[in-house]
Design a binder for this molecule. Structure first.
Ligand SMILES: [Zn+2]
Length: 430
């Protein structure tokens, strides 16, 4: 028997204090609720709890364009009126509003995922958790779908310094388009996304036919689903595909995005998953005993998000939690029954057996083209921690980013997708 996993958990209360606006479905307060529930169940006693560092602009620019990072740094609700053109350019506004402390919010959730990856790289833990992370829609040069900085891409880039191959798994109800796009041309990252597809559901990508390109061909997997999928069909499909992927791809590390909008009753989602079904996927991935970085993601019925991520923290700790929620600051949100588990939903399951079987066969067929796990010539490993030797407030952030980007040209040329050089890589109608 393997001794228990060592777990690092990242949290900073400030991530829960920002406000997207009164009618916006994203409520960062769900992160406070999750953390308090984790504490109420005493789970903090079984893992190492860290406050993440605030990621430096230079770290964010490892994936994002310098001008975009600089703009996020500069913009505030007070200066909005002067920046109409740039807001449009960077897709900021309705879905991705500019609010007080936006940049610090990005620095914290991205810092958590980067720290998580570094602790895994240095073998300080077996599993690292950052529920504030998982903002999978953000693009290199723009915000998208409530996401500004793509912490997942930054975490994976960090893991690639130590691991030849990284597997990314996404169980958010939405397609993990930002992460897929970033690594669409490389075989060093395999992305696997299970999501609702069709009926103009956001973001509109994620057809089973989108499989990657160039070196990355067959290294992007999409599992498009219809409304109402239940625990049984989802977990069966998930286990079959993930088991095969791990067997063939032999990843050195796994990143698991646990968006909770795939749960029944989510304000934006349309699946029937119970928390047990969702957590079963986490349990299954943990069993491979491969270094594992776990993040949050979507989730818009906030009491259920807190329930789900608490149960999954317990799952990762091999700890079964009593169903009666212990008293905590947010107990009123779990009324009237104060129970941890939620039942599956009752939407009609539009995923017929034959539909799911066809999707499964298509995915497994594509996996047959992968003969063996691709190797990589490891290059000089850049340092984990970059401590800037300047006063943050004095230098022009533009210059700062530029300098560090030059310092850290580490990626292979085809390492990740460069939106500036290729605008037609997607094949919606193939
Ligand atoms: Zn989502």
């Amino acid at each position: 028997m393997k001794s228990k996993d060592k777990i690092s958990y990242f949290y900073d209360g400030d991530v829960g204090n920002v406000y997207f606006g009164p009618n916006h479905p994203m409520k960062p307060h769900r992160l406070c609720m999750t953390h308090h529930l984790v504490l109420a169940y005493g789970l903090h006693n079984k893992m190492e709890v860290y406050r993440p560092h605030k990621a430096y602009p230079s770290e964010l620019a490892q994936f994002h364009s310098e001008d975009y990072v600089e703009f996020l740094h500069r913009i505030s609700p007070d200066t909005l009126v002067d920046c109409v053109d740039e807001l449009k350019k960077y897709n900021l506004g309705e879905d991705c509003p500019v609010f007080e402390n936006l940049f610090e919010f990005c620095q914290l959730y991205a810092g958590g995922t980067i720290d998580a990856a570094r602790r895994l790289n240095n073998q300080c833990c077996d599993i690292a958790i950052n529920w504030a992370g998982g903002l999978h829609h953000a693009k290199k040069c723009e915000a998208s779908g409530f996401c500004y900085i793509n912490d997942l891409v930054l975490g994976i880039l960090e893991l690639l310094k130590y691991h030849a191959r990284v597997l990314y798994i996404d169980i958010d109800v939405h397609h993990g388009d930002g992460v897929e796009e970033a690594f669409y041309h490389t075989d060093r990252v395999m992305t696997v996304s299970f999501h609702k597809y069709g009926d103009m559901f956001f973001p509109g990508t994620g057809d089973v036919k989108e499989i990657g390109e160039r070196e990355g061909k067959y290294y992007a997997i999409n599992v498009p689903l219809k409304d109402g999928i239940d625990d049984g069909s989802f977990t069966r499909l998930f286990k079959t595909i993930i088991a095969k992927v791990v067997e063939i791809y032999l990843p050195g590390a796994i990143v698991l995005q646990c968006g909770a909008d795939s749960l029944a009753g989510d304000r934006l989602g349309c699946f029937n998953l119970s928390i047990e079904g969702h957590a079963e996927c986490v349990r299954f991935v943990k069993k491979f005993n491969i270094p594992l970085l776990v993040t949050g993601g979507g989730g818009y019925t906030k009491e259920n998000v807190a329930r789900c991520w608490t149960v999954e923290t317990g799952t990762l700790l091999d700890t079964e939690l009593p169903n009666e929620i212990p008293d905590n600051d947010y107990i009123k949100y779990f009324a009237p029954d104060n129970s941890l588990k939620i039942p599956g939903g009752r939407l009609e399951n539009l995923n017929s057996k034959s539909y799911l079987s066809t999707i499964k066969m298509q995915v497994l067929e594509n996996l047959r083209y992968i003969q063996h796990a691709p190797g990589v010539q490891m290059q000089e490993v850049p340092p984990d921690f970059y401590i800037p030797d300047f006063d943050e407030d004095e230098l022009d952030p533009d210059e700062r980013v530029h300098q560090h980007t030059q310092d850290k040209q580490i990626q292979r040329d085809d390492e990740y997708y460069d939106a500036d050089n290729d605008n037609d890589h997607r094949m919606f109608d193939v």
